[in-house]
Design a protein around this ligand. Structure first.
Ligand code: IDP
Ligand code: MG
Length: 150
């Protein structure tokens, strides 16, 4: 089953949206296998966003991501990577469709509530920055036949 990596960013934690965001992924049928609150270090943020090094927003982004606690998550499901990106919505708030997390709750391009890996390569790069393999739960979901068949 495909894995995706998600961070509920500091703005969403401050706004009390952790539960709302987790609820959406759970109710979609994604299986939660990793969940932790942590304070992101500059080193972790730098590694996570290494592809954006040199962009005008990079320093501010690292500052933002390290400004307060976040909630890191790993979910599993069929086509989890693309599904999660779709549920998160477009980066720019004016492009994020209503019904998506950003479309429903974000108005600022930087403080856009959620990070989600955009490809299998991104998951392979980002997930190990925050989770070891032992951190991730291995279990059968009682609902797997409802969500995963076909
Ligand atoms: P993504 O999170 O939708 O994948 P990316 O382009 O990978 O978007 O950018 C990473 C993060 O950097 C965004 O989620 C947002 O927090 C921030 N960011 C992206 N573009 C801008 C910008 O133009 N101004 C300020 N911050 C930005
Ligand atoms: Mg990105």
């Amino acid at each position: 089953m495909e894995r995706s990596f998600i961070i509920i960013k500091p703005d969403a934690v401050q706004r009390g949206l952790i539960g709302e965001i987790i609820r959406r992924f759970e109710q979609k049928g994604l299986k939660l296998v990793g969940l932790k609150m942590l304070q992101v270090t500059r080193e972790q943020a730098g590694r996570q966003y290494s592809c954006h090094l040199g962009r005008p927003f990079y320093d501010s982004l690292v500052q933002f991501m390290t400004s307060g606690p976040v909630c890191a998550m790993t979910v599993e499901g069929k086509n989890a990577i693309n599904l999660v990106r779709k549920m998160v919505g477009a980066t720019a708030p004016e492009n994020a469709e209503p019904g998506t997390i950003r479309g429903d709750f974000a108005i600022n391009v930087q403080n856009n509530l959620v990070h989600a890996s955009d490809s299998a390569e991104s998951v392979a790069h980002e997930l190990p920055i925050y989770f070891s393999e032992q951190d991730l739960m291995k279990y059968d979901s009682a609902l797997k036949d409802w969500f995963c068949k076909g």
